[in-house]
Design a protein around this ligand. Structure first.
Ligand SMILES: [Zn+2]
Ligand SMILES: [Zn+2]
Length: 218
């Protein structure tokens, strides 16, 4: 069994706001804080909006150790360059298909499934487009997805190599195989999720609405 972390997620950038005073924009970013590392998952489309929301949420960009980019689409990677202007130390985990073209210093190219830290993993780049972040918490695995382009089924299957999936958080795109969510304990659908209200209905009390400013403690 892998070491379990306590984890806090703060949604920084989303199509909707959860907290008054933040900016909504098409894209996704969240802060993942575990006992041993602080990771920025995706960066939204626009660096100014990313940094604005961070400031409103009292997140100091320089406190972030690493950036994990799920995939190359602009609404996830667009804020990266501006973020790296205010944080020059962060290591950036990029899907292998784009790592070589980026020209950044501290880049880890992610191809297959890997452990990034104790209890923190990448599914690896699935179907040549997207990686998801997996954190082992005491309740089970938390899976954080950008747009779920490889499909939720493929993502959950890839994550399952490290244990039982408890939580699914992020953009789920056109996902509608709701049965896959039955055994999960927490679902938070954000960003590009098309069938959000149907997912909320299916998940009932396990459902957490997303939006910039939303925090989840696991
Ligand atoms: Zn996308
Ligand atoms: Zn997206």
């Amino acid at each position: 069994m892998h070491w379990a972390a306590s984890m806090k997620i703060t949604i920084i950038y989303d199509n909707e706001i959860y907290l008054e005073g933040l900016r909504a924009d098409w894209g996704f970013s969240c802060l993942v804080e575990t006992d041993n590392v602080i990771i920025l998952f995706d960066t939204g489309a626009n660096g100014a909006t990313l940094l604005y929301n961070m400031e409103k949420l009292n997140i100091d960009p320089s406190s972030i150790d690493e950036v994990f980019i799920s995939h190359a689409h602009r609404d996830h990677a667009g804020g990266l360059a501006d973020f790296l202007k205010v944080n020059k130390k962060a290591t950036v985990y990029l899907p292998g298909s784009i790592a070589k073209t980026h020209g950044l210093d501290k880049v880890v190219s992610v191809e297959g499934p890997i452990q990034i830290h104790e209890g923190v993993f990448s599914t690896g780049e699935l179907k040549g487009i997207e990686q998801s972040l997996v954190v082992n918490t005491e309740k089970g695995l938390a899976v954080i997805a950008g747009c779920s382009h490889p499909g939720v089924s493929a993502i959950l299957t890839a994550a399952s190599r490290w244990g039982r999936v408890y939580a699914l958080i992020g953009g789920l795109h056109g996902f509608r195989e709701f049965e896959l969510l039955r055994d999960l304990g927490l679902v938070c659908a954000c960003h590009c999720t098309q069938f959000m209200s149907a997912i909320e209905k299916f998940c009932n009390e396990k459902y957490n609405s997303g939006g910039a400013g939303r925090t989840l403690q696991l």
